[in-house]
Design a protein around this ligand. Sequence first.
Ligand code: HEM
Ligand SMILES: *[C@@H]1O[C@H](CO)[C@@H](O)[C@H](O)[C@H]1NC(C)=O
Ligand SMILES: *[C@@H]1O[C@H](CO)[C@@H](O)[C@H](O)[C@H]1NC(C)=O
Ligand SMILES: *[C@@H]1O[C@H](CO)[C@@H](O)[C@H](O)[C@H]1NC(C)=O
Length: 539
Amino acid sequence: MKMEGSDRDRNEDDRHEAELKPTRPTLAIMLFPTTNLQLFQAPLLQFCAYAILALTLLFLFVFRRPAHPLKAPKLLSISENYPVLGAVRFFTARLEFFRDGIRNSASGNFCFWLGQHFIVGLSGDESRQVFFQNLSFGIAEGYAVLFGGGPRVKNDKGSDVAQEPGFLSYFARRVTHLLRREYLAKNIRPFIHDIQARLDELPSQTGMTDPFVSIYEIVFQLTMRMVGCAEIANDTARLRKTLRLFETIEQSTTPTSIIFPWMPTLALFKRTIAGGRLYRLFKGIMDDRKKTGRREDDALQYLMDMGDNIKSVIQFIVGAVFAGQLNTGINASFMLTYIGSSRYWYDRVRAEIDAVVYKYAPDRSMPLTQRFEAIPIEAWESEFPLLDCCLKDSIRLQLLGTMYRRHVGIGDVKVGNEVIPSGAFVTYHFSDVHQDPSIYSEPLKWDPSRYFPERAEDKTKPFCWLGWGAGRHPCLGTRFAKLEQFLIVAIFLTRFDYDTCDDKGVPYDAVPPPDLNAHAATKPTALIRLRYRPRELKM
Ligand code: HEM
Ligand SMILES: *[C@@H]1O[C@H](CO)[C@@H](O)[C@H](O)[C@H]1NC(C)=O
Ligand SMILES: *[C@@H]1O[C@H](CO)[C@@H](O)[C@H](O)[C@H]1NC(C)=O
Ligand SMILES: *[C@@H]1O[C@H](CO)[C@@H](O)[C@H](O)[C@H]1NC(C)=O
């Protein structure tokens, strides 16, 4: 029984109908006060006015909402939760919307609508644990509708491959296999070559670069190499084109696409075109490999060898690249940006990197690429504790927006004295913990030392650092994401002296704070550049 519009269990609703009825007539009166109607004298005008009124009532009837379940958290007032549209501030000022919702509810939990979707916003320690642990909450079902998610491949019946039963476990199985440590270890060399080649291409070896372009592109290349295919990862021009297709799809989730999913918008049209191109791109590469018998040592080859059907293969690759790129690309840029804004941490991070390079490749006359190749995966995973803290606080500050679930089980799920009805969507805002001053002192400040053992702010409460997810759905790409971030930062800091400045070259001593109202990965609104020059290597 799903809480989707009128599919909802009517019997249960009828019991509570009385309490909710007043809201609808009130609205009709607000929009069409009867006094105004009397102003129309001409019969034609009067007819039009009644026609509009009738259409509006029809509209409100079609988009009417079932009664609010009695034991669910408090429903937001009509000023926050309009008929038909729902909670518009979810899109325009998400963090403030959540903070107000939490403040106005005794339990910290509250309900609202987005179009025809019924949503429960959760906050607080108990709710967070239920959010991450209850077996009735589906993750894919939540993101598919509220996040729009990545590109979607259709099966022969015209429905989404990603929504087929079993696809999620197929995806998790394959991604887990492809991101195994031995494959990561094998890819370190190509990763180093990719990073070096891209840094060689910087316009000149002294200058300013926008990390949200240059570093973002490097991440895309590494992700394509790790979970995609060699033909694209090897070819810069093709890589850029593919990245643009992904961006088009990412931008196609708009408030309209969530509230009125059936409405044919321009963004949706662009998304369909971009999705079609991606599909043909990967299909072309697979066909070519089959026809010529050529083999590559990459994720695509593994999926083909496993005999997976072509649509699953393509949905897997675009989904995995999307999951990786969305977050890592921007976060990797932020890590360099934060480090470059603090001399204190810059010097310490650099000392940590120099020491590891020196430990595994003490011969300073060796080319840098070879010195980096000498560092084993074990060292990347355990000998950069300070980089780890830098990454953690970058993610804490930049992991924006809400996580999603959908209650796909039967019966209510209890949170405190309230319940989440079956079919409801559930959201939890990262800021509920990441910007809580009782957990993180001076929460807007980037400070890696908050994770040092003597402070350990991230261990204050269960699940209070959510950077890699938690509970039943931890991030499956953590190991890979950390490796690629550390590689990029380590190579950049070894090759260049740099600082973080604006586009005029005025240095920042603190990176402008993030737009906490953002919905997801965003490039910053302030202009941020890395000003670099070749480093005099004395390590
Ligand atoms: C800095 C980079 C990354 C960060 C901060 C990050 C963060 C997260 C978080 C917070 C979640 C949990 C979402 C939730 O519970 O609603 C998650 C899930 C996930 N991540 Fe990542 N991620 C990163 C990179 C990657 C990469 C590179 C991949 C794969 C190539 C990846 C694959 C996944 C997958 C498949 C899930 C869903 C797990 C599931 O459905 O159970 N992530 N990630
Ligand atoms: C891609 O580059 C790698 C390393 O240079 C090479 O081994 C591989 O054959 C190339 N593959 C394609 C399809 O270009
Ligand atoms: C999920 O919620 C239901 C209903 O509140 C509860 O009975 C069940 O134990 C919860 N499951 C987990 C794993 O917490
Ligand atoms: C960093 O990565 C997280 C991963 O989920 C993402 O939600 C967040 O928006 C990213 N930050 C930025 C600024 O992109």
